[in-house]
Design a protein around this ligand. Structure first.
Ligand SMILES: Cc1cc2nc3c(=O)[nH]c(=O)nc-3n(C[C@H](O)[C@H](O)[C@H](O)COP(=O)(O)OP(=O)(O)OC[C@H]3O[C@@H](n4cnc5c(N)ncnc54)[C@H](O)[C@@H]3O)c2cc1C
Ligand code: SF4
Length: 293
C-alpha cells in the first residue's frame, strides 16, 4: 500500500487567509481542493509539500452565479458533479457540462473541483508511476532526475496536459481570476498555460485560482468529444472542444481547441477557419456532368 508522506494541514475559511498562508509558507506549501490528483501524486512522491492549504472550508469559492446574458462566475472549488448537472450550464455551455461529466468516475467528480481540473498535473508514462518504479529507471527531470526519458536529448519535459475542461474553457473564451496576498488579476484561460511539462501553469505559485468567468453565451454553442482507452473512466488521449457562434444556419465564428496533445491545450485555428468558410459560402449551383474522354 502506498502511504501519504507526513504534512501539516491548514484549513483557512477565506481566500484572503489561504493566500496569506501560501505567501507565508512559500515553496513548502501547496493548495489542495478535492485532492483527487494531488493525494495520489503525493503517495508516489511526485510532490512532497510540508504544508497543505486545504480549500474545502472556503465557502466563497464554491457555487455558480450568473446567467447566459451576463455570463457565469463558477467558483474554483465547485465540484465537477455540480458543474456537470447544472441546468443552465448544460443548456448554455453544453461542452463544459459534458467535459466535467466525463472526468474520471462519479466518486472522483463528487470530490474533484473545476479549479483543480484546470490546474491538474501534466502526465507521462515515465512519471505517473510509483516511487520504486521511477527509481528503478533512474527518475526523470520532472521529479528527482535530470534527463527526459521520452526524449533524452531534450532540455524540456514533454508531459501532456490531460485536463478535460481546460480545452473547453479555452474554446469558450473563459477567464480565470487569480488571487494572491499581493492582489488579484484576471487572465484569459488561453494565457493560463505554458508549453512546458513541468512549469505548465502561467500562474505564480503564490496565486490561488478563485473563479472561472464564462462570457455571455451570445449566440455561441459548443460540444466536447473525448477519446479515451477505457470507456468507463480514463484520462483523455484526445479531447476536442468546439465552440461555434451561429448566425442563423451560418457559422459566423468557430474555435477548436485540442486537449491531451501537448503540454498545454492547442488551438486548431486552421480547422476552425475552414468551418466558417465552408458553411458561409453560398451553395454552388448544380454543375452539368463532365464528359469523360
Ligand atoms: C483514477 C483517476 C482518473 C482521473 N481521470 C481524469 C480524467 O478523465 N480527466 C481529467 O481531467 N482528470 C482526471 N483525473 C484527475 C483529477 O481527478 C481531476 O483532474 C480533478 O478535477 C482534480 O481536481 P481536484 O479538486 O481533486 O484537484 P486537487 O487534487 O486538489 O489539485 C490538483 C492540483 O491543482 C492545484 N489546485 C487545486 N485547486 C486549486 C486552486 N483553486 N488554485 C490553484 N491551484 C489549485 C493543487 O495544488 C494541485 O497541484 C483523474 C484522477 C484519477 C485518480
Ligand atoms: S516527458 Fe517529462 S515526465 Fe516524461 S520522461 Fe520526459 S521529463 Fe519525464
Amino acid at each position: 500500500m502506498m502511504r501519504l508522506p507526513p504534512f501539516t494541514y491548514l484549513a483557512p475559511r477565506t481566500v484572503a487567509d489561504a493566500a496569506r498562508a501560501l505567501a507565508e509558507h512559500g515553496p513548502d506549501a501547496m493548495l489542495v481542493a478535492g485532492g483527487t490528483d494531488l493525494y495520489p501524486n503525493m503517495k508516489r512522491r511526485q510532490f512532497e509539500p510540508k504544508v497543505l492549504i486545504g480549500l474545502r472550508a472556503v465557502r466563497e469559492t464554491a457555487g455558480i452565479r450568473g446567467d447566459a446574458n451576463g455570463g457565469f462566475a463558477i467558483g474554483a472549488t465547485t465540484t465537477l458533479s455540480v458543474v456537470a448537472a447544472h441546468p443552465a450550464i448544460a443548456r448554455d455551455f453544453p461542452a463544459l457540462a459534458t467535459a466535467a461529466g466525463l472526468v474520471s468516475s462519479p466518486q472522483l467528480r463528487n470530490m474533484g473541483t473545476l479549479g483543480g481540473n484546470l490546474c491538474v498535473d501534466t502526465r507521462c508514462n515515465y512519471y505517473n508511476q510509483s516511487y520504486p518504479w521511477r527509481k528503478a529507471i533512474g527518475f526523470c527531470m520532472k521529479k528527482d532526475g535530470d534527463i527526459c526519458l521520452v526524449a533524452p536529448g531534450s532540455s524540456r519535459c514533454w508531459a501532456v496536459s490531460s485536463s478535460d475542461t481546460a480545452p473547453v474553457l479555452w474554446s469558450l473564451g473563459a477567464k480565470v481570476r487569480l488571487v494572491s496576498a499581493a492582489g488579484e488579476r484576471t487572465v484569459p484561460v488561453e494565457s493560463f498555460y505554458r508549453d512546458d511539462g513541468i512549469e505548465y501553469l502561467a500562474k505564480r505559485p503564490d496565486e490561488i485560482l478563485a473563479e472561472i468567468l464564462l462570457p455571455p453565451a451570445d449566440g455561441w454553442t459548443s460540444a466536447y468529444l473525448k477519446l479515451r482507452r477505457r470507456g468507463s473512466f480514463d484520462f483523455p488521449v484526445l479531447g476536442v472542444a468546439v465552440a461555434l457562434r451561429l448566425d442563423g444556419e451560418r457559422v459566423a465564428q468557430a474555435r477548436i481547441v485540442l486537449g491531451a496533445v501537448a503540454s498545454q491545450p492547442r488551438e486548431a485555428k486552421t480547422a476552425a477557419a475552414a468551418l466558417v468558410i465552408r458553411r458561409s459560402r453560398p451553395a454552388r449551383p448544380p454543375q452539368p456532368p463532365r464528359r469523360l474522354r
